[in-house]
Design a protein around this ligand. Structure first.
Ligand code: GLA
Length: 399
């Protein structure tokens, strides 16, 4: 059977009953002992679909099915993403001996993701990630009030942001695209916003997120993915986070009061925010004013060929696991899970408990509150324009 026909069959299956679980790899194995082209295709095309769970949506009074997609490559790296929040639930990567660990914090089932204390684990956050001061902004003289869900400020898209929505999903080849239409007025934002987030995994262990959006009225947009990483393994806790060496390619940051930037852009040199050369988190975290990072850093911009700049590099020496992050965005929020509880109140995958400083996030983004800060990069998308945000996580090992 030709590859083209296979893809067609798979596409039609996908639009059929959601309970169908499929794998291109299985289909290809029927090809009369002619492995070469198919073996290539296996690596590129293995996207599996199954059901992650269901939940009762109080708003629509319906049972909602949550699908899960698994991307795999031939290095045993696999990534799983669900249609709830277009959330990454799993990232399995090998250590220097080839032993796999899931380095992404998350939950085993929907009950976990629905917890009010779920700190956005792995989700796509929007329409505007991070904070909007006073939960209001003006565009062309018109004031808009958005949901105030963190004191008087707006955080991570509001009360029911994109992380709490069910996204449509479509597999094309080795990629899966999640789509969500945010309606005019949702959480107070102006205009419809159509969002597409495409996840792919390369043979070079690069997990790539392409986030795109278009609108019908001028609106601020600032998407991010809120994955929490621990390169020792998701359940290894603060003890192993402190052993990570972290480098950030940022020569300035945006100081903030109560997490709202003051508007200054200040060189990191001579401050605890200077991570331009790798620092052991065990040493760096205690030097920060609030015993942990929750800060926006300004990524050094270079005219690169693919438009992406290096954001940073994390190394966990014992396992040898390395993660490098690249983006076309001007900023990154480094968050060291400061507000994850210190007690056993946040149960995670496999019966573990996630705790303070048990992970780090590198949330590629525009600067927080950019819509109210004229000297920050523009965050207002206009009809006819496209918001395009790439985040690339490259996993490797250092022996
Ligand atoms: C971001 C914010 C933090 C916190 C976490 C999630 O990193 O900057 O203040 O809200 O998300 O809890």
């Amino acid at each position: 059977m030709s590859l083209k026909i296979m893809v067609y069959i798979i596409k039609s299956l996908q639009s059929g009953p959601a309970a169908v679980s499929l794998s291109v790899t299985l289909e290809c194995s029927s090809a009369r002992g002619r492995p070469s082209c198919c073996e290539q295709a296996h690596a590129k095309m293995a996207v599996e679909e199954d059901i992650f769970g269901t939940f009762f949506d109080e708003e629509t009074k319906t049972d909602v099915l949550v699908k899960r997609f698994t991307l795999k490559n031939s290095n045993n790296v696999s990534v799983q993403i669900i249609t709830y929040g277009a959330t990454i639930t799993t990232i399995n990567i090998p250590d220097k001996n080839g032993t796999l660990a899931d380095v992404n914090l998350g939950f085993d089932d929907m009950n976990g993701y629905l917890l009010s204390t779920n700190p956005y684990f792995g989700a796509v956050v929007g329409r505007v990630a991070n904070r909007i001061k006073g939960a209001r902004f003006s565009i062309k003289g018109q004031q808009y009030n958005v949901a105030a869900n963190r004191g008087e400020n707006h955080l991570h898209g509001g009360i029911k942001g994109f992380d709490k929505k069910i996204w449509a999903a479509n597999v094309e080849g080795s990629k899966v695209t999640f789509s969500y239409l945010s309606k005019d007025g949702e959480e107070g934002y102006p205009g419809d916003l159509l969002v597409n987030v495409t996840y792919s995994l390369s043979e070079d262990n690069e997990l790539v997120l392409e986030m795109k959006a278009t609108c019908t009225k001028p609106t601020p947009v600032n998407l991010t993915n809120h994955a929490y990483f621990n390169l020792a393994g998701h359940n290894e806790g603060a003890k192993e986070i402190y052993e990570h060496e972290l480098m950030l390619n940022a020569d300035s940051y945006t100081p903030a009061v109560d997490a709202i930037p003051t508007g200054e852009i200040v060189p990191v040199k001579g401050t605890p925010f200077d991570l331009q050369t790798p620092k052991l988190l065990k040493k760096a975290i205690p030097e920060t004013p609030e015993n942990g990072y929750d800060n926006n850093f300004c990524v050094i911009q270079k005219n690169t060929e693919n438009g992406l700049n290096l954001v940073g590099r994390a190394l966990h020496p014992k396992s040898g696991r390395v993660m490098e992050v690249f983006t076309n965005q001007p900023g990154v929020q480094l968050y060291t899970a400061n507000f994850v509880p210190e007690d056993d109140s946040l149960p995670g995958k496999g019966g573990c408990f996630y705790k303070k400083h048990g992970a780090f996030c590198l949330e590629t983004q525009n600067y927080p509150n950019a819509v109210n800060q004229a000297n920050f990069p523009n965050s207002v998308l206009l009809p006819g324009q496209a918001y395009i945000h790439t985040a690339l996580y490259k996993f490797s090992v250092q022996k």
